[in-house]
Design a protein around this ligand. Structure first.
Ligand SMILES: [Zn+2]
Length: 110
């Protein structure tokens, strides 16, 4: 479907299917091993977190610091905060990005 809309790349994140614990967190990435060329380039993203030592958003590939310095994100929680009209913390989303999202009455697809 994304290819039909002109996309050349498709980002597949952790728990991309998002149906609770029915699939394991990287099942949506592994399914591409069984598929032939779809004419769109899949890009597999790891989990992201805020690292207190790095002082930025990172993942386990680029951050050498221990887990106790990491703050995990929840996409569901971030959406809930934005839908309630509040700006997520600056550690989890740039304020200028949050402000743009907050200009929309309903920024998420239902
Ligand atoms: Zn770090």
């Amino acid at each position: 479907m994304r290819k039909n809309y002109g996309c050349t790349h498709f980002i597949v994140g952790r728990d991309h299917a998002g149906v609770g614990s029915f699939y394991h967190p990287f099942a949506a990435q592994e399914i591409f091993d069984e598929l032939e060329d779809l004419g769109i380039t899949p890009m597999f993203f790891r989990s992201f977190f805020y690292c207190k030592k790095c002082g930025s958003i990172a993942n386990d590939k680029i951050c050498p610091h221990p887990n106790e310095l990491h703050i995990d994100f929840s996409g569901s929680n971030m959406r809930d905060v934005l839908v309630s009209g509040q700006r997520p913390s600056a550690d989890s989303m740039r304020p200028e990005v949050a402000d743009v999202i907050l200009t929309y009455e309903n920024p998420f697809v239902e």
